[in-house]
Design a protein around this ligand. Sequence first.
Ligand code: ZN
Ligand code: ZN
Length: 566
Amino acid sequence: MPQEPRAVGDDPGDEFVFLALGGVGEIGMNCYLYGIGPASARQWLMIDLGITFPEGENDPGIDVILPDVRFIEAERSALAGIVLTHAHEDHFGALIDLWPRLRAPIYATPFTAALLKAKFVEFGGRQAPLPIREVALNSRFTVGPFDLELIAVAHSIPEPNAIAVRTRLGTALHTGDWKLDATPGVGPPTDASRLVALGQEGVTAMVCDSTNALREGRSPSERDVAQALAAIIKGAKRRVAVTIFASNIARIRAVADAARGAGRQLVVAGRAMHRMIQVSMATGYLPADFKYHDQGHISYLAPDEVVVLCTGSQGEPRAAVARIAEGEHPDIALADGDLMIFSSRTIPGNERGVGRIQNRLIDLGCELITDSDALMHVTGHPRRDELQEMYAWVRPRMAIPVHGEARHLAAHAKLARAAGVGEVLSIRNGDIVRLAPGAGAVIDEAPVGRLFRDGELLVGSEEGPVRERRALAAAGIVIVGLLRSRRGEIGPEAEIVLDGVPAADGQGTPMLELVRDAVEGTIAGIPRDRRRDGELVREAVRRAVRSAVEDAWGKRPIAKVLLIKG
Ligand SMILES: [Zn+2]
Ligand SMILES: [Zn+2]
């Protein structure tokens, strides 16, 4: 709970604080701030700046959501830097769009930096290049007043890092996304000895991943998936296609190895997959001579000679799998007896899109294998036993669960208390938490929210255009054009356009006729001398049209009345 408001001049002095601009109460849009100094002169560090995706189809025309960063934008001269934990979209996907508002140096390890640069070349347009400072794995460096150490963890992309944030008032461990996996396929396992050493040094607060806090036990290893994939691909008779999260380079290796083991060639489909492979070859996560064919070469290969690796595991309508399923892919066609493997998990909110594609593939005669049939996917996040192990290593004074929906955060908080953590803070986006000195507490609140990427523009989620589109999508629009004579009088003749409104009512009367009657009747009912009052006529007609359509249809469309000079 917030404390009593402070009296003017009652500056509590030097404080170490934390807040989330996104990522708490949701899985996505991660953006965290650490601050040090008195409230009037704080220096800030940002960790991650990610996006999220809309759930369902409530926001027409919007496919990306970003955190509202106005709080730190207003203090950007005090923002010492932006450090990235890893290159997943929910952690770095908002950088290209929002960096111009922040203009702080960006710190990233080589793979994350290379991927950010590759994305910038593709999507950055005419922006000035981002000031990326590459930092080595396991390195220690300072950003303003913050002394940072990267600690290697395992996850589902190369180079995931936990970050130790050391300050004059204490140390926070920001875990980022992590799991325990002795054989992660790419990169080292989670660096337990550094975490134990940090725990011995003393950790004030641990800000930790909650994604799988409801799941018992431990997550299987990436190596188990590789073995399962190899066995299935070896047994296949005809074409095999595999869809994965493009950023899972260990999985790309596993599919490539499985293809080689079965005497098949790897074919790659989808731009994001090509970008990932190029960046991985350049940074050493795939061998420099990694062999694969572009999708255009598939026609030279017999069905039993090929494994196609494709994008679109989440049902994205323009990605390779969706186009293959619809029979619209320019190069790749799957048919009777071919095998499609979803080596992925369907993210909540995407079930319908993925289900539609899977139904279409079955209609084509494909055999389907998903993570409910075999071990085709493992999570990149810690289950309960892994979380417990982390708490035993780090033994923080305070725990702050993040990266989860409310139910994940609550389960994580309970687990942390049971693990012996004395202070467990359940917070929301925007809560400013004092980590030190003294007991942890929410001491203030920062403005937070969501921005929509709407075409090339960013708009607030509560601003007009998207709200209007929702209304349009629900009930269409009626446009009425009225002629205003030279003497200023508005006549009853109208031009009427209906869009998204049924053509006739239940009795077959054309809707156009009903609207015309409503317009003419309304204008006829206004005394002649008042028909010069444009606003009066416009409003009367607008109301009459909406209620006429509602009587006929049961829904009220948007209505617009235009006055045209004669
Ligand atoms: Zn991640
Ligand atoms: Zn994440």
